[in-house]
Ligand binder design. Sequence first.
Ligand code: GLU
Length: 280
Amino acid sequence: MTYITRFAPSPTGPLHLGHAFSALLAHDTARAAGGKFLLRIDDLDQSRARSAWEEQIYEDLHWLGITWDSPVRKQSDHFADYHLALRQLRDMGLTYECICTRRDIEAAASAPQEGVPEFGPDGRIYPGTCRHAHHAPQDATCTRLDMEKACALALPVSYEEQGPLHTGTHRLVAQRLISHVGDVVLARRNMAASYHLSVVLDDAATDVTHIIRGADLFEATAIHALLQALLKLPTPSYHHHDLIRDATGKRLAKRDDARAIAKYRADGASPADIRTMVGL
Ligand code: GLU
């Protein structure tokens, strides 16, 4: 099996040291394995994606000495594919339309129950207000996955079929997804797919076998594996690397332009200096 990995930045800001680490790690690993290193432009959020940032991504990666196997995939070319998958999940009875605004969700969560987590990988865990409301698609702000139904389908816990080990693991994963993740968004009124749905479809469409990404996405991986099971897509191997932090231990944010690769470059750093900085 060919080793295929990818780097998938969003063109919504400059690449910083954290991106450089992810990209170099995935690139070096693919090359050492004699495999492929793909570049994907995650321009799902068309309100924030800018072609100038996309150009900067190509320039920064070239400068770092990173080469990718063509073609470059852009999410904005695949919105129709996302719609199809969404329809598939809808036809399976696993989704519902949600009309809640952020403010509605905050208000519903104003009386937190003790011992119940409030935040998951996508922020505030959805309280389920619209789950059984049957709203019309034209009224909805987003489409959500009914996590309980999805888990019941993808993570069966019948002892006879699965055996004790599988059954136990399925139950644990399902419990965690239901309580700590909740009914995630699959698409929004102004966005063809959520991050979760789009990356799962893109990775499958490009035959990605290994995903190397930051530990900040660790919680999201269970959602991705669930979607893969529901859509009958293969699950790649996932490796989550440590995050690059600043001197005070704070995680680098995309907004932190002081850590932009272009900035280090303008200040005279070499690609080798960047490798040293990220510990490679
Ligand atoms: N576009 C995503 C990001 O910039 C990709 C993350 C992933 O590897 O799934 O974080």
